[in-house]
Write a protein that binds this ligand. Structure first.
Ligand code: NAD
Ligand code: MG
Length: 391
């Protein structure tokens, strides 16, 4: 009997999650046939990855790099596409499994397109669940496609509740490392720079999510992501600061029992669990030495230091288009922080002001339909831009 080969594509193949996915695929090369890869600015890495994995088609989201990419790949039988439409073209190719690992709301349409083909989707792009969770879930259901979380906390929750009766789950706890500034006071956060925020104590990730980890905007997105993935209410989701990043999530059950998911801070665990569709792969990772760790530390987050998390809870409760607006305003604020036009703490101020303005005009209560999501995304970015100069 031959091996069953799985056809896969990786969207955002040149990023941190994308390259970790590649690493796993290369470990069992004969089990996978790589159809499509996408990237953006780093076309050298995209081309190198496509050659190594013998991909059929690649796309760079950056249109201006299309000719250069084509030039690099001219000796190979690899089709080359460019721009956002090129990325959609790759996402449209029929495969069994797609990794959605583009960063930001740019990942929404490609992820949806992949689901529309009926492919099982490993979702690292949490932004698409935050902005359009109901749409993602509806299409997955319609196509009988699996939608699997690739976020350490959410993969942990999926593993913890597997085999349990859904009604017996009373609460989930997701942990946050506290990011680069966990030991700073709020006053000390005033002057921090993008370079300082981009240093994560435990995880090695892309720049944007690393900065979002320091502000806890990432955790704010994750509580909304958890609501969508596991149909939870705001009061069912707790966040605890756990600086060691060893316990990724805890599930509490109605009989007082709690299950914790412990593992090294390495995204290949969550990626492999999705790649092998809920089967465990022998990752040969060093296991956590609990005797050496000795004590696991948890504390309640200080909401005054982390206004982004407080906002996240409000957005979660609000529902509708609030998630899409929140994510877009956050992306705009982060762009401005990176450009040194906005302070670290100013990001939450800008997002709060944006959400207040959009709510007061009653722009957030509509049904989560794709056109409305795209429209509110643009609107939130333009409102946020207006507030940048004021903070
Ligand atoms: P990254 O910055 O390392 O990589 C981002 C990828 O997206 C790259 O391949 C880049 O070329 C591509 N990209 C950037 N802009 C694009 C655009 N406009 N259109 C199409 N493609 C574009 O990011 P990452 O850390 O790998 O994160 C990817 C996603 O996974 C994010 O949604 C992030 O929140 C999520 N995630 C990451 C981690 C992690 O450990 N890195 C953990 C949990 C969740
Ligand atoms: Mg996470």
């Amino acid at each position: 009997m031959g091996i069953l080969v799985k056809n896969i594509s990786i969207l955002g193949a040149t990023g941190s999650i994308g390259q970790n996915t590649l690493d796993l695929v290369l470990r069992e090369r004969d089990k996978f046939n790589v159809v499509g890869l996408t990237g953006s600015d780093n076309i050298e890495l995209l081309a190198e990855s496509a050659i190594k994995l013998k991909a059929d088609v690649v796309a760079t989201a950056n249109e201006s790099k299309f000719n250069d990419l084509r030039e690099i790949l001219k000796k190979y039988q690899i089709e080359v596409c460019g721009g956002a439409t090129g990325v959609l073209e790759v996402a449209s190719r029929q495969v069994d499994w797609v990794m959605s690992a583009i960063v930001g709301s740019a990942g929404l349409l490609p992820g949806l397109r992949a689901l529309e083909t009926g492919a099982n989707l490993a979702l690292a792009n949490k932004e698409s669940m935050v902005a359009a969770g109901p749409i993602m879930k509806k299409i997955a259901k319609m196509k009988s496609a699996k939608l699997m979380p690739v976020d350490s906390e959410h993969s942990a929750i999926a593993q913890l509740i597997r085999g349990e009766e859904r009604d017996s789950l009373s609460k989930i706890i997701i942990t946050a490392s506290g990011g680069a500034f966990k030991n700073l006071t709020k006053a000390e956060l005033i002057d921090v720079t993008p370079d300082q925020a981009a240093q994560h104590p435990n995880w090695n990730m892309g720049k944007r999510i690393t900065i979002d980890s320091a502000s806890l905007f990432n955790k704010a997105l994750e509580i909304i992501e958890a609501k969508e993935f596991f149909d939870l209410k705001s009061s069912d989701i707790e966040v605890l600061i756990h600086p060691q990043s060893l316990v990724h999530a805890i599930a509490s059950f109605c009989d007082g029992g709690m299950k914790a998911h412990i593992g090294p801070p390495d995204m290949r665990h969550a990626i492999a669990y999705a790649l092998y569709e809920e089967k465990r792969f022998n990752l040969t990772m060093p296991e956590v030495n609990l005797a050496e760790v000795g004590t696991l530390k948890f504390e309640k987050p200080d909401m005054s230091k982390y206004p982004a998390l407080e906002l996240g809870y409000e957005v979660l409760a609000q529902g509708g288009l609030a998630g899409a607006a929140f994510n877009a305003a956050k992306e705009e604020a982060l762009d401005n922080f990176l450009d040194r036009k906005l302070s670290f703490l100013g990001m939450a101020d800008v997002v709060r002001a944006t959400m207040d303005e959009l709510s007061s005009k009653n722009h957030l209560s509509s049904e989560v339909e794709l056109e409305a999501v795209i429209e509110i995304d643009l609107q939130a970015r333009s409102v946020a831009k207006k507030f940048v100069g004021k903070y």
